[in-house]
Design a binder for this molecule. Structure first.
Ligand SMILES: [Zn+2]
Length: 683
């Protein structure tokens, strides 16, 4: 089910990517920092008062947010170094020469076309003209379905226009893939943006309408016409937002499961021609699907009835240009950045083109680029070492479940069964995706983008009705992130995240376990958080808990959501502890497991202090430094609404204050800010 992906780090939104601008574009990636860098700490701060500041005070001083970033932290820095590596690979592939093969031809030609700004600027709006003509040519609202299905445009367009349609694992029959329809249709990152009433949100709403108007003007509309059109867009989007589920509601996978026949969907939302849509999408015989968010489709249905044809044309035009803006000529790119980068996230300047293009190749041809990346930057030693750590942390979890005081003997074997069934995906997939049917033409940037999107759309739909491929990866190898997928019951660590400083083969064990060990424990614990625990060993949404054990879990989870709900993000906005619950549970469980695994790994060794820190202190400081980072206020506000992760400061302080091992390591007195009087613990 297309529930929000459960990743370790913060999500990146919209068309604006966030990577660092290196001082000189031509220089190789900067020298990575060590797993624990004492110079990045601030030892004048009492670790028992603010452990985040103690671990990261020096780092924060040394690392102002670059102008082209909305936030800056350990992981975005790693991602930025990776982007420079990708650039090296792509420039070599683009230069051609005798060594080119099918893979380097595709990524090289894609990159070269994307980098050719002159050609993209010269083309202007032309690449969208056929689609604009199709919208202008609509004769009746009943033709909306055909238009939506034919829209090859971009995956972003499909996600943001009317609704989102793709395939996914059947939540209650995890061996099978089914079709799925999901809410969508909004131009901004969340439904809440349409309703929040504080002055900042009201102002943002006005700025959004002004942005929509500007884009219509770029399309050639007169200002007064464009102004009216922007009001139409806002009206339709607000109605769709009203019918949308909140992010907290979507954390309950039961609420996202409504399997029905195509005929039942036609009854639910009769104003949209579903049969036409499915036929045009290449699914003439679609028998059933999951309608994840039925209330949304009811709202869409009413809205189709309520608004006239002209208004729908306006809405479709906006979403077409909005989705393509970041890939069009400079005027569209800059205007798009002005709102979505600057106003919404506080980013001061757009990233250099090579970063945007490298990232686009990673998005669209990730497993082709990934092959070249892995060859160059991910050795067997790193893979083997990571796998060993994963095994140790899984063993720690087994020990942890066996010793759990609150879970009954009836539920424990099922928890263990689930743990033993977790698949470990490390580095890159065993089998690379085949892109041979995707045509990449040098000199046709927009065509490449659309064909790659169409390729991906078709690839997703081709899975419907077939058995699940459990070897497939959701993230590309260079990605600096990790995830747990509850339906595949697997943990994923791409090669990109198994790099220094997060994972440093040269470091002593303590900071590596605090950092990457904590990440592995985090992903594993997601299998047992408020959302993941509802899936069984095979990834089926099925109750495997006794009612009493469930009660015990909920009680302990509430301790965590209550704790985090007291933390302030920015202004007077506090963490929504129900939105971040899964991540907060995973952070705490993850570090507890990492600590257990580290102790086991180094059992019998005589560990010595280093850089003036005891081994236990180094373990926790390694964890603290994994969260060093700074975020712009605008982005903090946005994340408060959309991000299921707590801010870095609380991912550090919230966790350590629950651990007696931390109190002991730093000799913190009872009553210190970093000693939670009412300690929370789930796993
Ligand atoms: Zn996570």
């Amino acid at each position: 089910m297309a529930m929000p992906r459960i990743s370790f780090l913060s999500l990146t939104l919209g068309s604006v990517f966030s990577f660092l601008s290196l001082a000189s574009a031509q220089q190789p990636a900067a020298q990575p920092e060590p797993a624990l860098d004492v110079a990045s700490m601030d030892q004048s701060v009492d670790p028992c008062v603010d452990f985040f500041q103690y671990s990261c005070g020096g780092w924060i001083k040394k690392n102002p947010i670059p102008a082209d970033k909305s936030s800056w932290d350990t992981y975005s820095k790693m991602q930025d170094e990776n982007t420079a590596r990708l650039r090296g690979i792509l420039e070599e592939a683009a230069a051609g020469g005798a060594g080119r093969n099918a893979v380097t031809q595709k990524i090289g030609d894609y990159y070269a076309s994307c980098m050719d700004e002159k050609a993209v600027d010269a083309a202007g709006i032309k690449p969208l003209q056929p689609y604009l003509d199709a919208i202008a040519g609509l004769r009746a609202k009943s033709e909306l379905a055909q238009l939506a299905a034919d829209a090859a445009y971009t995956s972003h367009y499909r996600r943001s226009t009317l609704f989102f349609f793709s395939s996914d694992q059947d939540a209650k029959d995890s061996a099978q893939v089914i079709a799925e329809a999901f809410q969508g249709g909004l131009g901004r990152p969340d439904r809440d943006y349409y309703f929040k009433d504080d002055p900042k949100s009201q102002e943002l709403r006005k700025q959004y309408v002004a942005h929509v108007q500007k884009m219509f003007e770029l399309l050639g509309d007169k200002p007064e016409v464009a102004a009216a059109e922007s009001q139409t867009v806002m009206r339709i989007e607000t109605a769709l937002a009203k019918g949308s589920m909140t992010r907290v509601e979507m954390r309950d996978p039961q609420k996202l499961y409504h399997k029905m026949t195509a005929a039942q969907l036609q009854t639910l939302a009769p104003n949209f021609q579903w049969t036409t849509y499915f036929i045009r999408a290449g699914l003439p015989a679609l028998a059933s699907l999951n309608v994840a968010t039925p209330d949304f489709f009811k709202a869409l249905n009413e809205e189709i009835d309520k608004e006239d044809l002209a208004s729908w044309k306006t809405y479709m035009r906006w979403h077409l240009v909005h989705a393509a803006a970041a890939s069009l000529s400079s005027i569209y790119v800059d205007t798009d950045f002005e709102f979505f980068g600057k106003t919404l996230q506080g980013t001061q300047q757009i990233e250099p083109r090579w970063k945007r293009c490298s990232q686009r190749v990673d998005n669209q041809l990730g497993e082709a680029l990934g092959q070249a990346y892995v060859d160059k930057y991910f050795g067997p030693e790193a893979k083997q070492k990571a796998l060993q750590m994963v095994k140790e942390i899984e063993a720690a979890m087994e020990q942890d479940i066996n010793a759990l005081p609150w879970m009954s003997a009836a539920t424990k074997p099922r928890a263990l069964e689930k743990l033993h069934a977790v698949a470990n995906k490390i580095g890159y997939p065993d089998k690379w995706r085949d892109y041979s049917k995707l045509e990449i033409i040098r000199g046709d940037a927009m065509g490449n983008l659309m064909r790659a999107d169409q390729f991906e759309f078709n690839r997703q739909l081709a899975k419907i009705g077939k058995p699940v491929d459990r070897g497939e990866w959701g993230m590309t190898p260079p990605t600096v992130n990790a995830e747990y997928n509850p339906q595949l019951n697997d943990i994923n660590f791409p090669a990109g995240v198994l790099q220094p400083p997060a994972f440093d083969l040269k470091s002593d064990a303590a900071p590596n376990y605090g950092d990457t060990g904590g990440t592995i424990g985090h992903e594993l614990t997601h299998g047992f958080d408020d959302e993941g625990r509802q899936f069984d060993a095979q990834g089926n949404l099925r109750e495997w808990w006794t009612p009493d054990d469930e009660k015990e879990f909920v009680k302990r989870a509430s301790c965590i959501s209550d704790q985090y709900s007291t933390y302030v993000i920015v202004d007077d906005i506090k963490i929504n502890g129900k939105l971040t619950l899964g991540e907060d549970i995973a952070d705490l469980g993850g570090l507890i497991l990492a600590y257990m695994a580290w102790k086991e790994d180094t059992k019998g060794q005589s560990l010595q202090p280093l850089d003036g820190l005891t081994p236990d202190q180094r373990f926790f400081a390694g964890y603290g430094q994994s969260w060093c980072g700074v975020t712009r206020d605008e982005t903090k506000r946005m994340r408060a609404t959309v991000d299921p992760h707590s801010p870095e400061k609380y991912r550090t302080n919230g966790v350590v204050s629950n651990m007696p091992e931390f109190q002991e390591a730093f000799h913190c007195k009872a009553g210190s800010p970093m000693v939670n009087q009412n300690r929370c613990r789930v796993w």
